[in-house]
Ligand binder design. Structure first.
Ligand code: GLU
Length: 420
């Protein structure tokens, strides 16, 4: 992987830039440049043919000054320690920006879950939990779903953890199914949070959402729900893609038909009545809002000057590289960062953890109302900081503004705890 696309180098570069602008204490900066704890595991798993296969797994806590580690767990063939370290640090900033009482963590297993049968998936999930259990817990580090992991996987893991500690511990994992006391509203919370940001950002730049054209890269949990919710806001989704490619129609796409195509053939590319586009072409379409909702490093210096959207909303983690960030900023295309836009998932995870610990459960409306309040406040905080720096002659990107808020809170907590 070229150095400029290494997600951990990117995360460090973003922090360095914010540290300079905000004049961050050097000791705090040194603590925050590296994760606090990295666990690498060899995980033996019984496969369907009876043979044992060994997988490599990771769990990283980037920082826990403000609370237990929090963050998802990915099952992905291209997983790497540097990706997990980057994602763990973005979780620190995500939890801090939303002002929820967690630090940042992330986990991953190098594997291709698409090749597993359900029993193998369960075996791997339970084996991962056995390997990592000493390093997690409701007051230590709380995993959740992410790329190619599901509520069912979270239920297996919670069950395995509960067996290991000798009592049921719902609060050790979030993003669980409702049957195991997941939270109402968790399944579409990432997209829901992103749509609250879209509403606020559109109002801020005086863009009419009714009829606005949207392209979404990714048709996973976040991308598919974003489609549905964007339509509810009156916008029109004209392009969508998955790992096989995408489709584009100026007249808009039909969500039900896309789901059918995906269910039947495994990809949205078989959707009828639209033009086929590659994942790269989708990013460059003439739309109002571009929502990358797939993987890291999609908008880079190679394509940032070809983006035609008026706004970019990062629903994926790390889809825009620092070079691209600068180009978009110079071109006056606001790019709202991942750790604001996709923070709805972890915010409702926080609600789930809080409900599990109280043993008292809220309705969907209450969850959405509380989520809206946090997302809206985070957006307004970001704009305030951006304007404050702008008024002092320092033009900063939305991402740097978000970093300044998030890093200040973590640094203040580390200072109060006497870490520096
Ligand atoms: N995987 C999600 C994220 O990257 C959710 C994490 C969580 O709920 O802990 O934000």
């Amino acid at each position: 992987m070229p150095e400029e696309l290494n997600p951990f180098k990117i995360a460090q570069e973003q922090l360095d830039e914010a540290a300079e602008v905000m004049n961050l204490d050097k000791q705090a900066h040194a603590i925050l440049r590296e994760p606090m704890q990295t666990v690498i595991m060899n995980i033996p798993v019984k496969m369907r043919n009876g043979a044992t296969k060994v997988f490599t797994g990771f769990r990283v806590i980037h920082n826990n000054a403000r609370g237990p580690g929090k963050g998802g767990l990915r099952f992905h063939p291209q997983e790497s320690l540097d990706t997990v370290k980057a994602l763990a640090s973005w979780m620190t900033w995500k939890c801090s920006l939303g002002n929820i009482p967690f630090g940042g963590a992330k986990g991953g297993v190098i594997c291709d879950p698409k090749t597993f049968n359900p029993q193998e998936l369960e075996n791997l999930s339970r084996a991962y939990m056995r390997a990592v259990c000493r390093f997690i817990g409701p007051d230590v580090d709380v995993p959740a779903p992410d790329v190619y992991t599901t509520p069912q996987i979270m239920a297996w893991m919670m069950d395995e953890y509960s067996k290991l500690v000798g009592h049921t511990e719902f609060g050790t994992i979030t993003g669980k199914p409702l049957e195991t006391w997941g939270s109402a509203g968790r399944f579409d919370s990432t997209a829901m949070g992103g749509m609250y940001v879209l509403r606020e950002a559109a109002a801020h730049m005086k863009m009419k959402l009714k009829g606005a054209k949207i392209a979404i890269q990714g048709f996973g949990n976040a991308g598919a729900y974003a489609f549905e919710l964007a339509e509810k806001l009156g916008a029109e989704v004209v392009a969508i893609s998955d790992s096989h490619g995408g489709v584009y129609s100026k007249k808009g796409l039909d969500l039900e038909k896309l789901k059918q195509a995906k269910d039947k053939t495994g990809s949205v590319v078989t959707y009828k009545g639209a033009e086929k586009v590659s994942n790269e072409e989708l990013l460059e379409l003439d739309v109002d809002v571009l929502i990358p909702a797939a993987l890291e490093s999609q908008i880079t210096k190679a394509n940032a000057d070809k983006i035609k959207a008026k706004m970019v909303l990062e629903l994926a983690n790390g889809p825009v590289t620092p070079d691209a960030d600068k180009i978009l900023f110079e071109r006056k295309i606001p790019d709202y960062p991942d750790f604001l836009v996709n923070s709805g998932g972890v915010i409702v995870s926080y609600f789930e953890w809080a409900q599990n610990r109280q043993g008292y459960y809220w309705g969907t409306e209450e969850v959405y109302e509380r989520l809206d309040a946090i997302m809206t406040k985070s957006f307004k905080d970001l704009i305030d900081v951006q304007q404050k720096y702008g008024a002092a002659g320092k033009k900063i990107t939305p991402r740097t503004a978000a970093y300044i808020i998030a890093v200040s809170r973590v640094a203040a907590s580390m200072k109060a705890r006497g870490w520096y």
